[in-house]
Write a protein that binds this ligand. Structure first.
Ligand code: SF4
Length: 413
């Protein structure tokens, strides 16, 4: 292992579907967030960002030493260019750090109209070899390439060694069953263009299978093409050693709870690897994986990093995938140190006596048992069943506004 590689921390890059999630990602340790504006982005249906929101995300991220990358990664048809130049100028003016682009023509325009802003080649361009990375760097002056999710670890090593451009690699989140987005399933089944921001995730639907007129699937084993999610905890040290500059988490459609949990988990893992020159005992690595999986609800695998493989990466039936192991109970609204109580805003039901885990940016997670619940009238409660209610709970340690509260499903109560 080349320990010198671990002298510099790579970027942890998190998804944000709206301003609140961008701020949460930054608070929980993301070095950069990526988001889509109202136009020209894949996942445009997932985006709740106006240009004002993007400006606010930039202000907040920069104040915290983080960066903002904006996706301009649709595959444009002729009619899609209206307003693009003005949009690129505006993104540069409001302080966006990088544009994630999937079309050579848009890259060329960005170089002309937003020359101060970095250009990152989107994973949609499926870069799987050093020659492609070099070509994009030489001809379109890109600053970074987001590697195809279909790269093996050996591919990543060769690209980082044999091309001059910085690399970014996915470490967690959803995978396309097709070559990252190069797919028209959604177009054909829903008339929503996957490559112009409209993917309906048709690969994840459940299908009845027929052999002629006889159904061969059953209600309990319907067919799906969906891929398991990526979880590269065990590959991160190798990716880091290979020289990857940025580790990317997928999930602009995911909740604030997911963003906080996954970013916090990988933040701790990267910091631990940094402190130990890239070498962690397998039990320690497994502890990080378990922590990250508290926020993940789907079955995971290590993607293509271990080599191109078969059906083990697919969700093959209804039972695979729904692996919820924690419930999001709510967030902290305020803390009263004199009384040792907090106000929380509820999300999911809970009872007196249950063990609650607190996620707080920059801290190890802590657990306490609920010994007292009061409602807004000061009445004692034994259960909480309504979402979005403010309740007062005793808590044995200091908490902070926006800390996240969750409960393990394995707890014996
Ligand atoms: S339908 Fe599935 S494979 Fe196709 S683009 Fe959407 S997520 Fe990817």
């Amino acid at each position: 292992m080349d320990r010198k590689r671990f002298a510099e921390k790579p970027e942890l890059l998190a998804p944000a579907g709206d301003l609140a999630r961008a701020m949460t990602a930054v608070r929980y340790g993301a070095d950069a967030v990526y988001l889509g504006g109202p136009q020209f982005s894949l996942r445009s249906r997932a985006s709740n960002f106006t240009l004002e929101d993007i400006a606010e995300a930039c202000r907040f991220a920069h104040e915290h030493g983080s960066h903002v990358h904006v996706t301009v990664n649709m595959i444009p048809h002729e009619e899609d260019y209206d307003g693009l130049k003005e949009y690129l100028v505006r993104l540069q003016d409001i302080g966006v750090d990088a544009l994630i682009i999937a079309s050579p023509a848009v890259m060329e325009l960005a170089g002309k109209y937003a020359p101060e802003t970095e250009i990152h080649c989107s994973t949609q361009m499926s870069v799987t070899n050093a020659g492609a990375a070099r070509f994009l760097y030489d001809t379109l002056k890109i600053d970074r390439v987001v590697l195809a999710r279909e790269c093996t670890l050996d591919d990543v090593r060769r690209i980082t060694a044999d091309s001059p451009v910085a690399t970014e690699a996915f470490i967690h989140g959803g995978m396309c069953v097709s070559y990252s987005g190069r797919c028209t399933l959604s177009n054909r089944m829903t008339l929503r263009d996957a490559n112009r921001g409209g993917c309906a995730q048709s690969c994840r639907w459940f299908y009845h299978l027929y052999d002629g007129s006889a159904e061969i699937s059953t209600e309990n084993s319907l067919f799906t093409m969906g891929s398991k999610d990526l979880c590269a905890v065990h590959e991160i040290a190798a990716l880091w050693e290979a020289g990857v500059r940025s580790f990317k988490i997928e999930g602009r459609m995911k909740t604030e709870y997911y963003v906080a949990s996954i970013v916090s988990g990988y933040r701790h893992l990267l910091d631990d690897l940094y402190e130990h020159n890239g070498i962690l005992a397998s039990e320690r690595l497994e502890a990080h994986r378990r922590e990250i999986m508290k926020g993940e609800n789907r079955a995971v695998w290590n993607g293509f990093y271990g080599g191109v493989r078969g059906a083990e990466g697919l969700i093959s039936d209804l039972k695979a995938g729904n692996d919820v192991n924690h419930d999001f109970l709510g967030t902290v609204a305020d803390y009263d140190p004199a009384a040792g109580t907090m106000t929380m805003v509820t999300r999911n039901p809970f009872d007196l006596g249950e063990a609650v885990e607190v996620l707080s940016p920059g801290q190890e997670n802590r657990v306490f048992r609920i010994s007292e619940i009061k409602n807004e009238n000061g009445e004692y409660l034994e259960i909480s069943r309504q979402p979005m209610k403010e309740l007062r709970l005793k808590v044995p340690f200091a908490v902070r506004k926006d800390d996240i509260l969750r409960r393990s499903r394995e707890d014996d109560h």
